[in-house]
Design a protein around this ligand. Structure first.
Ligand SMILES: C[S@@+](CC[C@H](N)C(=O)[O-])C[C@H]1O[C@@H](n2cnc3c(N)ncnc32)[C@H](O)[C@@H]1O
Length: 260
């Protein structure tokens, strides 16, 4: 499927092209802006510039509980850190695909892959809304602080559903809100690029995934599993973890037979 990029895509692409050029690992105030997102045991043996180049807001790798042999798709792979971490966990019999729309990010990810000499990771140019990935070909979809940047989240959720195998799972870190953001923030293109303006309300996120066909959808603030949604500040973006799975079977409504 081809996609005509929207002005939001263009603004976001320019924002991240600049980050890739400057090797700047801070996407904005809502993101983690450092490599303390991961347990040090995961990243300590990587070259420091690769380990430090994260624009994420969480650790989808630990969340995903990856197993040897699995095929993993990373949405908005940036400099490739999550793909490299996933590649070690799925091992030589598994594979990892990173998709990103920003050529500067893809160039950085490919250069990093060469330095690390990884053979089971591949980066593809494309949009979350039209993934360059076959139907039912992926075991796990991960993503780190990217879905909030999409101008068409329902389409992203449909695409994730399409590429996952039946029984496949979603493990995502993202920025969300509890209640609407202030209107000037919603309209700011800068705030969109900084992972703020495009943040969905938690209930919309859950509803969007369910509407796409997902089961077992869960969303909770990062690192604070006990916090009741009602106690979260209203209209303030925060980092959350999202999990869901694609049902093994399609549910078909029973046919109604009328008695003769
Ligand atoms: C906040 S950065 C996160 C990068 C990476 N996941 C990480 O944790 O460092 C967002 C990335 O997603 C990409 N991106 C944003 N919107 C996209 C879209 N609609 N389709 C494809 N890539 C997108 C950007 O180019 C950028 O590399």
């Amino acid at each position: 499927m081809t996609l005509s990029p929207t002005p939001i895509h263009e603004a976001v692409r320019e924002h991240y092209a600049e980050r890739a050029r400057k090797a700047d690992s801070c996407c904005g105030s809502a993101c983690g802006c450092s490599n303390d997102l991961y347990d040090s045991s995961l990243i300590s043996d990587l070259p420091v510039d690769i380990a430090d180049f994260t624009l994420g807001c969480g650790d989808p790798i630990t969340l995903a509980e990856l197993r040897p042999g699995e095929t993993v798709l990373d949405l908005g792979s940036g400099g490739g850190l999550d793909c490299f971490l996933a590649s070690r966990l799925v091992g030589p019999t598994g594979r990892v695909i990173g998709v990103d729309m920003t050529p500067e990010m893809l160039a950085k990810a490919n250069a990093n892959a060469q330095r690390l000499n990884v053979s089971n990771v591949e980066f593809r140019k494309g949009y979350l809304e039209a993934l360059p990935v076959d139907d039912a070909s992926v075991d796990v979809v991960i993503s780190n602080c990217v879905i909030n940047l999409s101008p068409d989240k329902p389409q992203v959720f449909r695409e994730i559903f399409r590429v996952l195998k039946p029984g496949g799972r979603v493990a995502v870190s993202d920025i969300v809100t509890n209640g609407a953001l202030p209107e000037p923030v919603q309209k700011s293109m800068e705030a969109w690029g900084a992972c703020v303006a495009g943040a969905l309300e938690m209930s919309e996120y859950v509803g969007g995934l369910r509407a796409a066909g997902f089961a077992g959808v869960r969303i909770q603030p990062k690192g604070n599993t006990d916090q009741a949604p009602a106690s979260l500040p209203i209209g303030v973006p925060f980092s959350a973890i999202v999990t869901a799975s694609k049902p093994l079977f399609k549910l078909i409504a029973p046919a109604h037979h009328s008695r003769p």
